[in-house]
Design a protein around this ligand. Structure first.
Ligand SMILES: NC(=O)c1ccc[n+]([C@@H]2O[C@H](COP(=O)([O-])OP(=O)(O)OC[C@H]3O[C@@H](n4cnc5c(N)ncnc54)[C@H](O)[C@@H]3O)[C@@H](O)[C@H]2O)c1
Length: 373
């Protein structure tokens, strides 16, 4: 009896310490997307917001006030030398991610990075190797594989419900961000900003791509953005790519910053399928965007009118990635999101640019553990 009581109290202690444990978080980059991440992070029982940082220092001060973050800094060096934390969340200009993520890893911090994790596949792979050598972790957005709709589609594919799968298509576009120039500068573009979601979804569903053929273009050569006024567009703002997933399966992604989009940045009201997969028995489509899905539509050999599954918008939101990672760190469980997948997506993006520049098919080397569900 006494032994059982001791065990019970120690289990209670364990449960208590787990429930009380929080991941100490520092956010770098206090612009637009931080206003989506911080409300979600601040509601999590697994998160303690410790620091925020932005080279536009007023932004860091503002976020610190808004979300009760005790420390704010104007530079990563000061943040890394300042209050202790476990996980850095990188929400800066895309071109800065690789450099800042490396600095954080070298300082012994785990990293969640907005997309892309780095500027090139090679740089990203070096980051993952560095993290492993230091027994740290790094993860990259997007979080599309977390949605219940992705899970449903992945299971349907694995159970062979579609019959022989041949083809898939995905698209995402709008008229382009208006606030920051980096989206249009070298290293930016609609691929790492928008196509990245679709590439993550299709490779997540169909497996790593073996090769890529693509075309990209610049449709709008000049833009006016809030932080720099009139700029010359250097990165593609229009892209189409084909991926070969093996076994004859070919998929297609299109993205761009010149798409009239009546559904706005929230994606609300996007009822149509933005992801489609074709099999010999079933055609399957994802209703809404893959970052804001609200159903899976199926037309089957035995039921030719479309049926909707997983209609519940659920608790999944695209900005949940870092919060889910914090929870998985506290609970010591492996999240579905893995760095190898983010790196594969980065390699596809790089291959898309290379294929367009050379007119050639580009073979890929990276893989990730698949299926993901
Ligand atoms: N805005 C969105 O809705 C959205 C959605 C999903 C993902 N993202 C991704 O989030 C990232 C940021 O996008 P955003 O729209 O928030 O851009 P933004 O321009 O609004 O914010 C970026 C912030 O990072 C700061 N910054 C840049 N370099 C820095 C450095 N070295 N150290 C500290 N701070 C630095 C800038 O001063 C700016 O405040 C991008 O990777 C983007 O693709 C954005």
């Amino acid at each position: 009896m006494a032994g059982a009581a001791v065990l019970l109290s120690s289990l209670k202690g364990l449960a208590l310490s787990k429930a009380e444990k929080k991941i100490k978080i520092a956010v770098i980059g206090c612009g637009s997307v931080s206003t989506q991440y911080l409300p979600h992070l601040s509601k999590s029982p697994f998160v303690e917001l410790i620091s925020c940082c932005d080279i536009i220092y007023d932004r860091a001060k503002t976020r610190s006030k808004e979300y009760n973050i005790p420390n704010h800094y104007p530079h990563i060096d000061q943040m890394l030398a300042g209050a202790e934390f476990d996980l850095m969340i990188t929400l800066t200009d895309m071109q800065e991610h690789g450099r800042l993520n490396k600095q954080a890893l070298l300082a012994g911090k785990n990293v969640w990075s907005e997309k892309p994790m780095a500027n090139t596949y090679k740089e990203g792979k070096a980051l993952l190797d560095l993290a492993k050598s230091k027994k740290l972790r790094i993860w990259g957005a997007p979080a599309v594989v977390n949605s219940p709709q992705f899970e449903f589609m992945s299971k349907a594919l694995q159970e062979g419900k579609l019959g022989k799968v041949s083809s898939a298509h995905a698209h995402y576009g709008h008229t382009g961000p208006t606030w920051s120039a980096f989206f249009y500068e070298k290293g930016g573009g609609s691929l790492p900003d928008l196509g990245v979601y679709n590439i993550a979804t299709l490779t997540g569903l169909l497996g790593p791509a073996k090769s890529v053929m693509a075309m990209t273009s610049i449709v709008t050569s000049e833009r006016t953005v809030d932080n720099k006024g009139k700029i010359i567009v250097e990165a593609e703002d229009n892209a189409m790519l084909l991926m070969d997933h093996g076994n004859g399966v070919i998929s297609h992604v299109q993205c761009g910053f010149n798409y009239f989009d009546p559904y706005g940045h929230e994606g609300k009201g996007q009822e149509k399928n933005t992801i489609q997969l074709w099999g010999s028995h079933v055609n399957m489509g994802l209703a809404g965007y893959d970052w804001a899905p609200h159903g899976v539509d199926m037309v089957t050999h035995d039921h030719e009118t479309s049926q909707r599954f997983v209609p519940d918008p659920g608790k999944y939101v695209w900005q949940e990635g870092a919060t889910v990672i914090a929870e998985s760190m506290v609970k010591d469980i492996e999240p579905r999101i893995v760095a190898e997948h983010a790196l594969h997506v980065l390699e596809v993006i790089e291959a898309t640019r290379a294929s367009s520049a050379t007119g050639k098919k580009i073979m890929l080397q990276s893989k990730f553990k698949w299926p993901m569900v």
